[in-house]
Ligand binder design. Structure first.
Ligand code: SF4
Length: 371
């Protein structure tokens, strides 16, 4: 399946924990869409006459984009390629943009991923979010009535949070009947305002133990409500997985548009990963040649991606595949035995699967499997 991704790099203001590429303010939105149309025309050969299964608008805050501009771009793409029946057209939205949801639905968006983050006023304050708990819940109800698929994003491990606050967030989310819940553990990234405040001692974040408890709680209550964990951070009701995300974790091709957007394509010469310039001003100047990075994947890069991504979506990592890459087979066997003993992994039919507990350590295990 081929997917398209559009990075819309605008937010009202930067949240203190965010390190994504974005600019504050919306003054350049119209110019951005003109540039996007030029980039799309310039890249048309990559997807012309092909069938597209998913389109994802990420950001930034894509719900700031006027629906007429999104609709115009979708029409441009529809004039160049065909849309699969049941195509997923997903958009990341913030609750304070709930009034824009009806127009986004009319423009063709089929799935909304709502950045609710929490239903607690103190957590939302600590995260610097612009919406209130009531607005968050109202946005979920409004989106539920308009879109065939709705995801709610939640964050745990926020300054000041305890386990009861997280339990309350999850039960409120479940009571609002979304189709999908994403559970993120707050990570304090370098160069963010929160990192500066933590370093200065004016803010403290709960430790790993609380985050792990929050995560385990999600792994208990979400499946009890019918959600299936299909990736480290993602839980979905049947047939409500994010098609775009799942396809990219399955290493299916996608083409990215907008500043800092990544692409993954297969060409006759092999697999290629590309990224656009991470600068909006550069992008606006030369949208037709915005590529800033390109890497042809060799055998080792492909192996590393297979290991990390297969564990991430828990599809069963083939032991024979790992052994072929390991000259020191005994080291691999020791690692597998160690992870089994810790209860992080189980072996079945020659494949390694994460246990619920193992999802917490997926990346650590993947690193051990890279020779
Ligand atoms: S709204 Fe999302 S993308 Fe924008 S600054 Fe906040 S966390 Fe980052």
């Amino acid at each position: 399946m081929l997917s398209l991704y559009v990075h819309i790099p605008f937010c009202r203001k930067r949240c203190p924990y965010c390190d994504f590429y974005l600019v504050s303010g919306t003054g350049l939105l119209e110019s951005f869409f003109l540039a996007l149309e030029k980039e799309t025309a310039a890249k048309a050969d990559l997807f012309k006459a092909q069938s597209i299964g998913a389109i994802h608008f990420g950001g930034g805050t894509p719900s700031l984009a006027p629906a007429r501009l999104l609709g115009r771009w979708l029409e441009q793409v529809a004039g160049l390629a065909s849309f699969e029946e049941g195509i997923e057209i997903a958009l990341e939205a913030n609750p304070e943009d709930a009034a824009a949801l009806p127009e986004l639905s009319q423009a063709g968006v089929t799935r909304i991923s709502l950045g609710v983050q929490s239903f607690s006023a103190s957590k939302l304050r600590a995260l610097g979010r612009a919406h209130s708990p009531v607005e968050g819940a109202e946005a979920v109800r409004a989106a539920s009535a308009l879109f065939g698929s709705l995801s709610v994003d939640l964050i745990c491990g926020v300054p000041g949070e305890d386990l009861p606050a997280w339990q309350s967030d999850l039960s409120t989310a479940i009571s609002l009947s979304p189709h999908h819940v994403s559970v993120y553990m707050l990570s304090v990234e370098p160069k963010t305002i929160m990192h500066r405040d933590v370093q200065a001692g004016s803010v403290s974040v709960p430790g790993d133990a609380l985050q792990a408890d929050c995560y385990r709680h999600a792994q208990n209550v979400l499946p009890a409500a019918g959600f299936v964990q299909y990736e480290i951070s993602n839980f979905a009701l049947p047939s409500h997985q994010s098609r775009y995300n799942l396809a990219s974790w399955e290493r299916q091709p996608y083409i990215g548009f907008g500043p800092s957007a990544h692409s993954f394509i297969r060409s006759p010469s092999g697999e290629v990963r590309m990224a656009n310039t991470p600068s909006l001003s550069d992008y606006l100047l030369r949208p037709g040649s915005a590529e800033g990075f390109r890497e042809e994947l060799g055998g080792r890069e492909r192996f590393i991606e297979e290991v990390f991504l297969t564990l991430r979506i828990n599809r069963g990592l083939d032991v024979g595949f790992l052994r072929k890459a390991h000259k020191l087979g005994h080291r691999l066997s020791e690692a597998v035995a160690q992870f089994n003993a810790k209860g992080w992994m189980r072996e079945e039919g020659g494949k390694l699967y994460l246990t619920d507990e193992g999802f917490l350590f997926a990346d650590l295990m993947a690193e051990e499997f890279i020779p």
